[in-house]
Design a protein around this ligand. Structure first.
Ligand code: MN
Length: 149
């Protein structure tokens, strides 16, 4: 829950009183150079609105889960995997991640990729791919070239 109704942006992807956290606990899942900020979270909302920033050359965890993500790219450029689809993404693009769909975000080497992500407060834990999952994903050469684990 925020302590002020209005929190001014202080820079691209930074806001007054919003702390910048590690994306996930170190060693809990494979990822590289990602931060997490919770922008809106209060009991009256059934959802949370977060901002993630993947540093240049970094990537989010390759994962899937029951809960859905509604994503809007806010800053920078990169690419994402959703299911079997790999697409480049940039500011204001929308990405919807349906239940049980493999997904991963990568920033370009040139700069960070920042995106807003809406999720349910009550949600299941992400699952990571096992060897059989990776083999199935890698059957598609574009997916094989994209994913980082
Ligand atoms: Mn996810």
């Amino acid at each position: 829950m925020s302590d002020a109704p209005i929190r001014k942006a202080t820079a691209a992807g930074r806001w007054e009183t919003v702390p910048v956290h590690e994306y996930k606990p170190e060693g809990s899942a494979p990822f590289r150079d990602v931060t997490r900020q919770v922008l809106f979270s209060r009991p009256e909302l059934a959802c949370e609105w977060r901002y993630f920033e993947v540093a240049a050359g970094g990537h989010s965890t390759l994962e899937r889960h029951e809960h859905v993500h509604g994503v809007m790219i806010l800053n920078g450029r990169g690419a994402c995997l959703v299911g079997q689809e790999v697409r480049s993404v940039g500011p204001h693009d929308l990405v919807e991640i349906a239940p049980h769909t493999w997904h991963q975000f990568r920033a370009t080497e040139a700069g960070p990729l920042g995106f807003l992500c809406l999720v349910n407060v009550e949600r299941d834990r992400p699952a990571l791919p096992d060897e059989a999952d990776l083999e199935a994903l890698r059957a598609d050469p574009r997916v094989a070239a994209f994913i980082r684990v």
